[in-house]
Design a protein around this ligand. Sequence first.
Ligand code: SAM
Length: 506
Amino acid sequence: LKSLLPEFEGKVKCIYIDPPYNTGNEGWVYNDAVNDPKIKRWLGQVVGKEGDDLSRHDKWLCMMYPRLKLLHRLLHPEGVLFVSIDDDEAHTLRLVLDEIFGRHGRLATFVWRTDGNFDNQAKIKNCHEYIYMYSKSPDAFPYPSVVDPATPADSKLFRPVIRNTVVKNGTKNPPSKITLPIGFPADFEAGTIARRTDKWPHFLNAAKVAGGHLTNEVTIKSGWSSLDMLQAFISNGFKPLLDRKQQETVFRLMPSGAIESVKTRKPSHVITVLTGQGSTQAASVDLAEHGITFSYPKPRSLVRYLISMIDDEECIVLDSFAGSGTTAHAVLDLNLQEGERRRFILIEMESYASSLTSERVKAAISGDVDTSDRPALGGGFDYYTVGEPIFLPDENLNEAVGTDAIRAYVAYSEGIPSDDQTTAENPHSPYLLGLNRETAWIFHYEPERATRLDMEFLSGLRFGADTGARKPGTVIIYADRCLLSAAFMAKHGIIFKKIPRDITRF
Ligand SMILES: C[S@@+](CC[C@H](N)C(=O)[O-])C[C@H]1O[C@@H](n2cnc3c(N)ncnc32)[C@H](O)[C@@H]1O
């Protein structure tokens, strides 16, 4: 996850994870950092002696917490995180998610009613799991353009246009007058509605309609729902408006004298109980039929539905507990069926990342030529293994990763915008890392000798007339040692940073 930060921090719109549930039966490998001296010190100070023997739940949280923190950093400001979990850790996970996202960050707690056979010996048979849905900015999350898959096909939710009268009388809507100007649209070609005060709405003068529009100004009185929108529609010259759900809305005068709102529906109906999405048992059987053995894979349709709630057809979908690769399969499926271009990033720590996860995704891409039930979904992916860490346990640079990787890391940690980053082939200095009007970043590093920031090095930097460049106000220079005085550096806007490495060997 850390190695994704330089490229993907704040860019991932959708994260789905299905971590080990900590049921007590799994062999999940908890974070080694539990035994890290720093964590031990923290436990000693904060938790006390009992912290030496972490309980199962503490260990699970120690594994989850840093990962959730990193996922939070990777998440786009308007992105959404989904986490599958069951009863064993739902309560602890929720506290941690509330802490990281804030309580207001929870958009929903879904209950997934798993299908399948519950003919087991349990006194109370468990047939549901949870999916938490969190966002950094839940208010900005739009009405998802999806309808709960269990909705019957003849539901009125699927009607393309929805009409409702806005004549509503009651204590909440006291009567008020509205003047409909000439040209207000009617739902009938021609006719007259007589002056009346015996039924709502009252017509204080007669209304005449010709060619589908009012031909005279008319004042009517009633209680109204959507009064603000109706007034905006009138002052707007009868152009369609968007309601709270982003549905186009217009108003029409009916032959009965009522006013109706006519909305072009953008169907959106997500409910918190998810049914009819299969089961992990069935998903496992399905994979087995295609030669893949994996316990408790999530049904593809479930993950697909969750992902489709994110209204961005080109978004990145991340799953850092990839398992059998269901999330990638769901993304590819959605792309083919809906003509979308979503991309996925999967992370799996077990060695089956290559033999199982990656193989399943490849099989989904190429399809099965022998059977028609598995069409080729198309698409593609790159496969990476995590390289050497940049830092050694003593917090010095791991120079074995090579100069390019170290330069890339320093550029990232300095926050140099990618457009301002330079390669070693630039006119100023082979050590230049990045340059803009305000700042130059210089990484004076040689793998086989200690480097110095001194007058000689400075005189070799080219910001002068020969390159046409102006010296930026601040020059940040990394080197092993600095021989310049503090006063000189302050005067010339130079900041020295020591390269974290052991130079005693030179
Ligand atoms: C419950 S499975 C996920 C199943 C997946 N949703 C599917 O449909 O196939 C959890 C996966 O997370 C992996 N995992 C566990 N701890 C991990 C960690 N710290 N980092 C990355 N993967 C981890 C496990 O190896 C396992 O493959």
